[in-house]
Design a protein around this ligand. Structure first.
Ligand code: ZN
Length: 299
């Protein structure tokens, strides 16, 4: 039996959010469409955050509207609070992405509140969500924190356990926000989480330190089957200027292809999407596969 992996494209949100200048709505929609044409059926479209705090995401409603026209595409929208949650549900998002950090300093820097405050609010949102609402709970800095360094595994597992307890089925992403997780650490944490709570975890990795693909393999070998990646490897990290962003979708797809794992992605069309994302003015593209001539010729 062929193994399958579920890939979620995050370039429209995580990839573009770190670009200082506002990326035109048409460009965002073009990237969404190109990724969909390549066969990607899950995507993080944007986020319903305050446009004053994150002006880059002010047009999420318009991008979502266009994305919803694409057959079979599951559109995720990030929401920081109940107001964002309600807006996203009204706008027809298929899945709501909640987020908080495992470490206190990153949560304070990113969300301006303590972990307990974030958790209390998010727990209430999960509890009050209408039955059948698809939620993805993203835990940031599960492995490494820009302020606190390597996160102790016991601390990470404590927070995972609290999130697990909110809902028996909710998808939970363990995110390597800085890209400085080590593969052995990723493997151990996924193994421990799967042993304790079953296979409901996704991996969200960055490639800042060149370990993105290695970390994806480590999570895969520990039984993870849901991964986030960004076409063109675009993105960035506000704490590591000039660093590249999310692990590149084309690197992940190529690797799974070589491993005989079904991705549902059309390789030549994915290169089109990756080139498009990489060409966005102000983006810092990453990944290796766009530069591999033989892989281009294979297209
Ligand atoms: Zn990220």
């Amino acid at each position: 039996m062929t193994e399958r992996v579920e890939l979620s494209e995050v370039a429209p949100r995580d990839g573009l959010q770190s670009i200082a200048a506002f990326v035109p709505t048409e460009t965002k929609i073009a990237i969404v469409r190109a990724c969909w044409e390549a066969g990607l059926r899950r995507m993080e479209i944007g986020s319903f955050v305050s446009p004053r705090a994150v002006p880059q995401m002010a047009d999420t409603g318009a991008v979502l509207k266009a994305a919803k026209q694409l057959e079979g595409l599951e559109c995720t929208v990030l929401v920081p609070n109940r107001r964002g949650f309600d807006l996203a549900v009204q706008a027809g998002a298929d899945r709501l992405g909640l987020f908080m950090s495992v470490t206190e300093s990153h949560n304070k820097a990113n969300l301006n509140r303590t972990r307990e405050e974030s958790f209390a609010d998010l727990a209430a949102i999960v509890r009050d969500a209408p039955a059948g609402t698809k939620i993805r709970f993203n835990l940031s800095c599960v492995f490494h924190c820009p302020f606190e360094g390597v996160v102790p595994e016991a601390e990470a597992l404590d927070w995972i356990e609290r999130v697990v307890a909110l809902d028996p089925e909710m998808e939970i992403a363990l995110a390597d926000t800085t890209g400085n997780a080590a593969p052995d650490q990723v493997r151990r944490l996924f193994e421990a989480a799967h042993r304790a709570w079953g296979k409901r975890f996704a991996f969200h990795g960055h490639d800042t330190y060149g370990m993105g693909v290695a970390n994806v393999v480590a999570a895969w070998e520990a039984g993870c089957r849901i991964f986030d990646a960004a076409s063109g490897g675009i993105g960035g990290c506000p704490f590591a200027p000039g660093a590249t962003g999310n692990v590149a979708m084309e690197d992940v797809v190529w690797m799974f292809g070589r491993m005989g794992v079904e991705t549902g992605v059309d390789w030549p069309k994915l290169l089109v999407a990756a080139d498009l994302a990489a060409a966005v003015p102000g983006a810092t593209p990453g990944g290796a596969m766009r530069r591999v001539t033989a892989a281009r010729q294979a297209a």
